[in-house]
Write a protein that binds this ligand. Structure first.
Ligand code: BGC
Length: 615
């Protein structure tokens, strides 16, 4: 008994001690875990720079071995409301009033709008500029890196010295997903070389009316092909990885601009761009949805909502499209970004417009100008409960997830510039040009023998890399002339023919009739660059100067070949009977040599029409 009673009291003492120790441990655990698990503004400061900028470090979200979901949970928990709002803002780089604001407002993303480049426009200056922006983001309490986005829609077109690939319509003519994957990967390499980690491509609009000025930005008019090529493009872009640096793609413009009707644009300067797609739910799905389904299968990290309307109402405010279909049906788990000023455009009440867009499903707003007002409106919306905290958390969770997937928290900042415009990329661009050419008519004239004795070349696009490249090249509306490195189609021809062949060039075919007929006349003609609604035209056709040049060339040549450099089919019905061969070269970019490769028979014509072209 004694033994028993002695044992019992020992047990009691043991229990008391054990409870005490556990209590103390629990207390210590809870106390210490405040520094690692719970949110608050100042408690987690672990170290400060010499300039007194303080950061946290060695926290779960910074640990690359943990699953992304866990890292996002951890980071979200630490963020203040202001920091969350900052992540939802996308600012045009020239609108940043003071670079310290990047840190002060915790801006989530910056873009270079078309043509917004550093001076001088060199890869080195881009590299320095973006690294400086990233530096401000790193200075913030939680060191959340920024997404830096650009429209690299045919290579890194903003940067002087980049390889310019064919515009998407040309890739659409190749119908070759493996080539498209390679082109996208090379584009990722060229943007990543200068610190860009986000691209606003591919364009997955499915064009129904070639009068639309953005026809060339698409893969064409077939939703299935646009889906296959779009998926390949995203895979290529997002599979690139170099020293931890990766790139995220954006599928755009969700949804319907490709089906907009002529004259429906609310932008008074345009006819169809940013217009209204007047069609049933079933028709919208049939014509425009498939590419986005494929993009989501490729795990695209962001989707951009268009500036257009669907049956009279702006898509950007449409919960059914942005949430029910995109999230519910298609299972998209990346983030939705609005297009340029899209949340506000044409709206009388900007506060209400912002609330509506965020509640409909926009996660990041391409403001792109005024982040201060955005921040105060978002605070107001949360205070008034017009936007819930849960909605903001959801948006920020998606943005952060994309940042983690892009490896932004792991990238070791490079201290040197990686080479751009490599021989490998230029060769790939040349191959893409070759594969995109479509032979529209051939009266036993092409391929042309390299051994002809005299060839005349003429036309507005023959000696003009700017026209070959189209818009989104250095400037939004493109450039005219030979300002970027590359090979003109004229030089491509000169490089290709035999040493005994005489190639003569005259812009407007001012060849003296007295010097005898050329064996072949090659007219290289086409559209001058245009971007967005500025390219909306009622009857896309050749200019009267180009038509006159072709006619003059025809008079001095035994045979005539017309190479059309354009973003879409042009109306040539009236004239084509007088021409021996016609080739659609689309907008081939910097590597005009690819045109000559096929014209002179080193490679076969392989492209097929991405959009209907009636002759
Ligand atoms: C275009 C988008 C582009 C954005 C950013 C807008 O005007 O519609 O396609 O990504 O500008 O440059």
């Amino acid at each position: 008994m004694r033994k028993v009673s002695f044992g019992r009291s020992k047990k009691i003492i043991f229990l008391v001690v054990a409870v005490g120790i556990s209590g103390l441990s629990l207390f210590l655990f809870l106390y210490l875990s405040r520094f690692t698990l719970m949110p608050s503004s100042e408690k987690y400061v672990a170290f400060c720079d010499t300039d007194k900028t303080c950061h946290v470090k060695d926290l779960p979200y910074q640990n690359s071995t943990l699953p992304i979901e866990m890292r996002v949970d951890d980071l979200l928990l630490r963020m203040t409301t202001a920091e969350k709002i900052g992540q939802m803002a996308l600012i045009e780089k020239n609108s940043i009033l003071n670079q310290e604001d990047i840190a002060k407002y915790g801006l989530g993303a910056i873009l270079s709008g078309a043509g917004a480049k550093p001076e001088p426009n060199t890869a080195e200056a881009w590299f320095q500029m973006i690294h400086a922006f990233q530096g401000y983001a790193k200075k913030t309490r939680l060191s959340i890196p920024i997404f830096y986005g650009v429209d690299a829609n045919h290579g890194n077109g903003n940067v002087l010295g980049s390889t310019i690939f064919p515009h998407q319509i040309g890739l659409g003519a190749t119908k070759n997903p493996s080539l498209v994957r390679d082109v996208a990967k090379a584009t990722a390499e060229e943007v990543s070389a200068i610190g860009i980690n986000w691209i606003f491509s591919p364009d997955l609009d499915v064009v129904q009316d070639i009068r639309w000025g953005r026809t060339y930005e698409t893969f064409g008019s077939d939703p299935t092909i646009a889906g296959i090529l779009g998926k390949a493009y995203i895979e290529g872009l997002q599979s690139y990885k170099q020293d931890g640096a990766k790139v995220s793609a954006t599928a755009k413009h969700y949804i319907g601009n490709g089906s907009a009707t002529w004259g429906s644009s609310s932008n008074k300067d345009f006819y169809i761009d940013q217009g209204d797609a007047k069609l049933s739910d079933a028709e919208l799905r049939r014509t425009q949805l498939a590419p986005f389904t494929q993009a989501i299968k490729a795990d695209v990290r962001s989707i951009m909502v268009g500036l257009n309307k669907w049956n009279g109402a702006k898509v950007i405010f449409n919960t059914y499209l942005l949430t029910d279909i995109l999230r519910g049906e298609l299972g998209f788990n990346g983030f939705v970004v609005s297009d340029w000023y899209g949340v506000y455009e044409n709206e009388d009440n900007n506060y209400q417009a912002l609330v509506q867009a965020i509640n409909a499903g926009v996660d990041m707003v391409m403001l792109p100008f005024d982040y201060k007002t955005f921040s105060s409106r978002m605070h107001r919306a949360l205070t008034n409960d017009d936007i819930s905290q849960a909605r903001v958390d959801e948006a920020v969770r998606r943005i952060l997830t994309a940042k983690f997937k892009t490896g932004l928290f792991e990238v070791v900042p490079m201290d040197h510039l990686v080479e751009i415009n490599t021989t490998k990329n230029r060769e790939l661009a040349r191959k893409a040009v070759r594969m995109s050419l479509v032979l529209l008519k051939n009266n036993k004239t092409v391929p042309i023998s390299k051994y002809k004795s005299k060839i005349y070349v003429a036309g507005s696009s023959a000696d003009n890399i700017g026209m070959q490249s189209g818009a989104w090249t250095i400037e939004w509306q493109g450039i005219d002339g030979n300002w970027i490195p590359g090979t003109t189609i004229l030089n491509g021809i000169r490089n290709k023919v035999s040493s005994s062949t005489k190639v003569e060039f005259s812009l407007q075919a001012d060849f003296a009739e007295s010097s005898g007929l050329a064996d072949v006349g090659i007219a290289v003609v086409g559209e001058h660059p245009y971007a967005e609604g500025w390219g909306d035209v009622e009857n896309p056709q050749l200019s009267s100067e180009d038509l006159e040049t072709i006619a003059k060339l025809n008079r001095v040549s035994k045979k005539i070949v017309v190479v059309i450099v354009s973003g879409r089919p042009l109306d040539i019905k009236e004239y084509v009977k007088d021409w021996d061969a016609v080739i659609a070269a689309w907008l081939p970019g910097s590597e005009g040599q690819g045109v000559a490769d096929v014209l002179f028979g080193d490679y076969p014509f392989m492209g097929t029409l991405p959009v209907a072209w009636s002759l």
